[in-house]
Ligand binder design. Structure first.
Ligand code: NDP
Length: 457
């Protein structure tokens, strides 16, 4: 029998790779190595979800003095200090990276702080020229933000750069209408930046429920974000001599507008460049993602891939599940396909969007549905004369009465949808929701008190 240096060699130290490595080593007693060229923790911990959510918290204090005044508090609104916040943020990220390294070490995983490429079906080569053989190789290299192909696109920043800015600009153009564009439009507006957002399509957050998209777009505009849809740009140029100075943007309608900074949130691409993947027979798809089967196995039987590099559902908890399912399948003799159905998720705009299952238009294409929806001003901010509205919406199959989709736009909708997601994953019907007693007074009680359909289709 052929002997290998390792049972498993993981390339990429993000959420998915680290989880697979430490579970394979810790629970299945596999001999495991992991290579990471950058910081441990990957996109989620270092330049994505975690610092983004901390920025969401930072920006959420902007409104507080004004709201608190209606509750009788006299609080003077101070200024936001980016430098101070960034210092705390970096300390926290250093701590988290340390946790990730420690988790690997304590599970007995050998880690290499280097870029790795695949030499053959069982061999990995590090940047320093060292090679290691492994019975299985797991590619978990994630993705990266991409700029659109237009003149001087490099003058614009991408999401990776946001956390390193020396100072916040006075004005910023955000290009794109997806998760990242909308979340950062809200965050940066909350931190005092004058935000303009251009989206090329008809409405932001394509793919989400239309009613939710509209409510979020209206709330963003009401808060003061200059959101312009059906607007795209064709070129960037420096507005003056300073290479860090304002940028002149040429729009596709010919108009020219100046911003202190331009931020492209125009999508992400899998990290598969120069890794030797195609040379050894791993198949890549149209967006250069690694093609895998339901067990995350590539066209080369000894090579597996999980997470954003496979461009299935690009969310941290999904990458983690794919990593766990891989270990079950390969190291625990328990073939486990990854379940990608009914994944709850949240968009951290202000207000947040929590969503699980089908949108109204997706569900209507599959069969007869009843839609239960209610939109209202929540108690806490209505008391302070704020116009903000929330939305609670259920899409129900007329035939089975099962809840096919749930969409919540509200403060902390991410927290709410996690709970609703359990019931919906269990196959709850509308009548199961109705049987549940309301928790009063809350926003979410509406989810169990909507008696008659708003519309059917
Ligand atoms: P998305 O794919 O969600 O959005 C990209 C946006 O950019 C779309 O609005 C798209 O328009 C637009 N766009 C793409 N190319 C161009 C172009 N050439 N010119 C102008 N506009 C363009 O990508 P994101 O970067 O926002 O997010 C990437 C992924 O990261 C998400 O899909 C999600 O899986 C994950 N993520 C999850 C978060 C969460 O769970 N809260 C938060 C952040 C990211 P169009 O709609 O017309 O294609």
């Amino acid at each position: 029998m052929m002997s290998f240096d390792y049972d498993l060699f993981v390339i990429g130290g993000g959420s998915g790779g680290v989880r697979a490595a430490r579970v394979a080593a810790g629970e299945a007693n596999a001999k495991v190595a992991l290579a990471e060229e950058d910081r441990y923790g990957g996109t989620c911990v270092i330049r994505g979800c975690v610092p983004k959510k901390l920025m969401v918290y930072a920006s959420s204090y902007a409104d507080m003095p004004e709201t608190a005044a209606h509750y009788g508090w006299e609080i003077n609104k101070g200024a936001f200090n980016w430098e101070s916040f960034r210092g705390h943020l970096n300390t926290e990220l250093d701590r988290l990276e340390g946790v990730y390294r420690k988790l690997l070490k304590n599970s007995g995983v050998d880690s290499f702080d280097q870029r790795a490429r695949i030499k053959d079906a069982h061999t990995v080569e590090l940047d320093n020229g060292d090679t290691y053989t492994a019975k299985h190789i797991l590619v978990a290299t994630g993705g990266r933000p991409v700029r659109p192909e237009l003149k001087n696109a490099e003058l614009g920043i991408v999401s990776d750069d946001i956390f390193h800015l020396e100072t916040l600009p006075k004005s910023m153009l955000i290009v794109g209408g997806g998760y990242i564009a909308c979340e950062f439009a809200c965050i940066l507006h909350g931190l005092g930046v004058e935000v303009t957002q251009y989206y090329r399509g008809e409405q932001i957050l394509r793919g989400f429920d239309d009613e939710a998209r509209e409510l979020i777009a209206n709330s963003m505009k009401e808060r003061g974000i200059d959101l312009q849809v059906e607007t795209d740009i064709s070129a960037l140029a420096l507005a003056g001599d300073d290479s860090n100075g304002p940028v002149r943007v040429t729009r596709k309608d010919g108009e020219e507008v100046e911003f202190d900074m331009v931020f492209f949130a125009t999508g992400r691409r899998p990290n598969t460049d120069s890794m030797g993947l195609e040379e050894v027979g791993v198949k890549l798809g149209r967006s250069s993602e690694i093609e895998v089967d339901e067990y995350s196995q590539t066209a080369v039987p000894s090579i597996y891939a999980i997470g954003d590099v496979t461009d299935r559902v690009n969310l941290t908890p999904v990458a983690i599940r794919e990593g766990m399912a891989f270990v079950e399948t390969v190291f625990k003799g328990n073939p486990t396909p990854v379940d990608h159905a009914l994944i709850p998720s949240a968009v951290f705009t202000q207000p947040e969007l929590g969503t699980v299952g089908l949108t109204e238009s997706e569900a209507a294409k599959l069969g007869a549905i009843d839609v239960y929806a209610t939109s209202f001003r929540p108690m806490q901010t209505a008391f302070a004369d704020k116009p903000e509205k929330v939305l609670m919406k259920l899409i129900v199959s007329q035939e089975s009465r099962k809840i096919l989709g749930c969409h919540i736009v509200a403060p902390d909708a991410g927290e709410l949808i996690q709970m609703a997601g359990i019931a919906i994953k269990m196959g709850a019907t509308k009548e199961d929701f109705d049987r549940t007693v309301a928790v009063h007074p809350t926003m979410s009680e509406e989810i169990v008190t909507m008696r008659s359909p708003t519309r059917s289709g």
